[in-house]
Design a protein around this ligand. Structure first.
Ligand SMILES: C[S@@+](CC[C@H](N)C(=O)[O-])C[C@H]1O[C@@H](n2cnc3c(N)ncnc32)[C@H](O)[C@@H]1O
Length: 604
């Protein structure tokens, strides 16, 4: 197998395992830029990440990094936490803000990274940063929790012992309080994305882990069976297994083991498939949704999920944790718009508890913090997924019929006539924020909370045909033209189609880019969208969520950016951006140098 020139930010620069006395080396290339960022007086964990739309920097800065641990309800106060291999502080900086955490020790082997940690978390008096190989660290007292987030896979590289990973787990176990917990997040070598041909995160080549690491260089991940037995051997018999999706680095959904065996719980639809590739350069070789559905009929799908989060202890874990079936987290937006949604099994029913703002490991019980509670609708079919599944199997009549159910739901909500000033109000709203007023004049209006009435928020009862609407989260405070809401729903749907089918254009010859046999079954309002208008509106909406308010106004530059991606799939739009970056990075000066560095990191 040949190594790709492309480096993921995970790949580091040292080669071979660490020999005695050799300096500890680990770097992913983002360190110099991070140093400049953390030095800024205005560096702000909540806001600065928005300025960097690049995976290598997002990996270190995004609030979504903390999603891996942020949702766990705290069951005690004054927690004493050890983070092993804390890197550049993505998780550490979060831990330092959690009220239930009394003290954090962050051990990092690479001196440059430990320095970055100190700089980043300079305002946290309860953090101690230790520059050391974890083997050489001797804690003065035991811990309530020890975190290994993306670190166990490096054991063979930095710990010169046979079965270094087991050695590390055993060592850490000795530092746990009797009821302390070891928290491990790691990729699964046989996760569905790797089976579908995605490059192995550390080696940059496909099928490296699936083939048992033929190029082994000290770094390797562990399948579920192997990791489970390592933990058992260390005496950690109580284990809770979770499955972060798309991976443990920036999960937006975390499934619990119980989710797979809960009748009527549609865990598969919670996964925003196909798995996102952060560089947007890869597509899966097969339909992961069909694959996982098939696996689930034959064996527990947990063995094939992309990543693991394991919490292991000598003593049983809080009962409340076991009631969690899944968690869905939105954190890549302004703090007031962040949200954590728990799917809980209580007695004999499943409820969905939504909390706005950051969860920050609030104490149990979960429902005390809930802003919104709704029942979980078992046995209903999500219209977006029904549509994609039907399209995949070329059942166009079925796909069209699902879409028409959604359309009928929208039409049923059209407000009665008599609201003559809507055109004026909507026009004024848009001119102020978007610079122009699309979709007016019109006569068909929907209530202000209809913006998110997309196919993915509509559940169909296939027997009776009724539609249940969920998750109408956004209310921009003004009635909306029906055309706009239709176009937004179709945009989301066609983007999903392009992700599954690899199509590059969202619209063709003035119609959405869908098979003719399907389009011919749809009314004109669904077939044709105002692509430029909906892109502009959506661009404004996304920036408004990012910046924290619906009074956000697009700048001239925003408007230009909105028009460049009009009509292109996410992949093609990104490919164009990379080409532009390629040109800019050939220019001299500071910006050119930074871009050259970024190109090196991303391998573009
Ligand atoms: C993939 S990074 C993860 C960083 C951080 N946990 C995060 O999630 O952002 C792995 C980090 O673990 C550190 N590391 C790996 N093995 C280590 C060891 N034996 N002792 C100390 N640090 C280690 C590396 O230097 C690197 O910074």
């Amino acid at each position: 197998m040949t190594k790709s020139a492309a480096q993921t930010p995970q790949e580091h620069t040292s080669t071979g395992t660490l020999s005695a006395g050799a300096p500890f080396q680990y770097a992913d290339g983002a360190e110099v830029i991070l140093h400049t960022i953390f030095q800024r007086d205005d560096f702000d964990e909540q806001r600065t990440w928005m300025e960097y739309n690049w995976w290598p920097l997002s990996y270190h800065l995004s609030p979504a990094r903390a999603n891996i641990v942020s949702w766990l309800p705290a069951d005690r106060d004054g927690l004493h936490v050890l983070e092993v291999g804390a890197g550049c502080g993505a998780i550490t900086s979060y831990l330092c803000r959690v009220p239930a955490v009394g003290r954090v020790v962050a051990v990092e082997g690479a001196p440059q990274r430990a320095e970055l940690l100190r700089l980043r978390c300079r305002h946290a008096p309860h953090l101690e940063v230790v520059t050391a190989n974890i083997e050489d660290y001797h804690p003065p007292e035991p811990f309530d929790a020890i975190l290994l987030i993306g670190v166990l896979e490096y054991a063979g590289r930095y710990i010169a012992r046979p079965d270094a990973a087991s050695h590390l787990i055993n060592l850490l176990c000795r530092w746990l309080r009797p009821d302390g917990r070891l928290v491990i997040a790691i990729e699964n070598p046989i996760g569905h994305k790797y089976l579908a041909g995605y490059r192995e995160d550390h080696y940059g080549v496909p099928f490296e882990s699936v083939s048992g690491y033929p190029d082994y260089n000290g770094i390797r991940t562990f399948d579920k069976g192997l990791l489970q037995s390592k933990l058992e051997d260390a005496g950690l018999h109580c284990q809770l297994w979770f499955y972060p999706f798309p991976d443990y680095k920036m999960p937006d959904v975390i499934l619990a083991e119980n989710s797979f065996s809960e009748p009527g719980f549609d865990w598969l639809t919670l996964l925003n498939l196909p798995t996102v590739d952060y560089s947007l350069r890869q597509r899966p070789l097969f339909n992961e949704r069909e694959f996982l559905r098939m696996i689930a009929r034959n064996a527990p799908p947990s063995a094939f999920m992309n990543s693991f989060l394991v919490i292991a202890s000598r003593q049983p874990m809080p009962k409340e944790w076991e009631s969690i079936l899944a968690v869905k987290i939105r954190s890549q937006c302004a703090p007031p718009f962040r949200q954590t949604k728990f799917f809980l099994k209580e007695d004999d029913r499943i409820t969905v508890e939504t909390t706005r703002g950051e969860w920050l490991n609030r104490p149990a019980p979960i429902h005390l913090h809930s802003d919104y509670r709704e029942p979980y609708y078992q046995h209903l079919k999500n219209i977006e997924h029904l549509f994609i599944d039907s399209l995949w199997h070329r059942r166009y009549a079925e796909a069209a019929s699902a879409l028409l159910r959604w359309y009928a739901t929208l039409l049923a909500r059209v407000v009665p006539e008599g609201y003559h000033d809507y055109n004026e109000r909507f026009r004024a709203f848009c001119v102020q924020r978007l610079g122009r007023a699309p979709y007016t004049p019109t006569t068909q209006w929907l209530p202000p909370d209809s913006l998110d009435l997309t196919p993915r928020n509509c559940l169909l009862n296939e027997k009776g045909g009724e539609v249940t609407v969920i998750d109408l989260e956004w209310d921009v405070g003004i009635p909306l033209p029906l055309d706009l809401v239709v176009d937004r729903g179709m945009l989301y749907l066609v983007q999903k189609v392009s992700d599954f089918f690899g199509t590059d254009l969202l619209n063709r010859r003035g119609e959405w880019n869908l098979p003719r046999a399907l389009l011919s079954r749809l009314p004109a309002q669904l077939r044709k969208g105002k692509v430029a208008d909906i892109h502009l509106f959506e661009y404004w909406f996304q920036l408004a969520i990012l910046h924290g308010g619906f009074d956000y106004r697009l700048s001239e530059q925003d408007r230009r950016a909105a028009s460049t991606n009009t009509g292109l799939s996410r992949r093609s739009w990104f490919a164009r951006l990379l080409r532009r970056l390629g040109d800019a990075s050939r220019s001299p000066g500071v910006i050119g140098a930074s871009l050259r560095r970024l190109r090196k990191i991303t391998g573009v």
